[in-house]
Design a protein around this ligand. Structure first.
Ligand code: ATP
Length: 151
């Protein structure tokens, strides 16, 4: 597969600058894979696991949502927040998941459901990147992540 330039940034830091053969993520219109020579586009990104495929294997990061820009000269992923596996506090993510699920299961009008749903997806992405996604939530068997070339 042909590699292409990828930059992944959050407001806090540059997470990655290098080449990838493929990016897989959840866009606002659904799961998508970006290969070299993909048509230019801008789309929203949902809280999800971003799979970064390189010649030496696949690396994953938990993304809190943001935007994807595909240009003819490369791809930029501008994320509200993101963590590589070693950045993730698993207990914190478990607590966030419990809080979000408690909010979603309470019927009251005070619950901001879209916010709770987003918090739930963020927590699940963090747990999945660490191979700790609850069995009941597991849509895909998680692969072990290796160390990407990071900035
Ligand atoms: P919490 O409810 O635990 O604060 P959150 O999803 O509301 O989680 P965010 O607002 O998405 O947190 O993130 C705030 C900052 O904390 C970001 O820098 C993010 O990378 C970091 N962060 C959030 N959760 C975790 C986690 N489980 N492990 C490591 N860093 C985390």
């Amino acid at each position: 597969m042909t590699p292409y330039p990828v930059v992944i940034v959050t407001p806090e830091r540059e997470m990655f600058r290098g080449e990838a053969q493929m990016l897989i993520l959840r866009g606002t219109l659904g799961d998508m894979g970006v290969l070299a020579h993909h048509q230019p586009l801008v789309t929203g990104v949902e809280p999800c696991v971003v799979h970064l495929r390189q010649s030496d294997g696949e690396h994953r990061l938990a993304a809190s949502g943001g935007f994807l820009e595909v240009r003819s000269d490369g791809v930029t992923l501008l994320l509200e927040g993101a963590e590589w596996p070693e950045d993730i506090d698993v207990d914190r993510a478990r607590r966030a998941l419990e809080r979000a699920e408690a909010r979603l299961s309470s019927p009251g009008p005070d619950v901001d459901r879209p916010r709770a749903q987003r918090a739930r997806l963020k927590a699940l992405a963090r747990l999945e990147v660490r191979g700790q996604r609850p069995e009941s939530e597991r849509a895909h068997a998680p692969a072990e992540a290796g160390a990407a070339h990071r900035t």
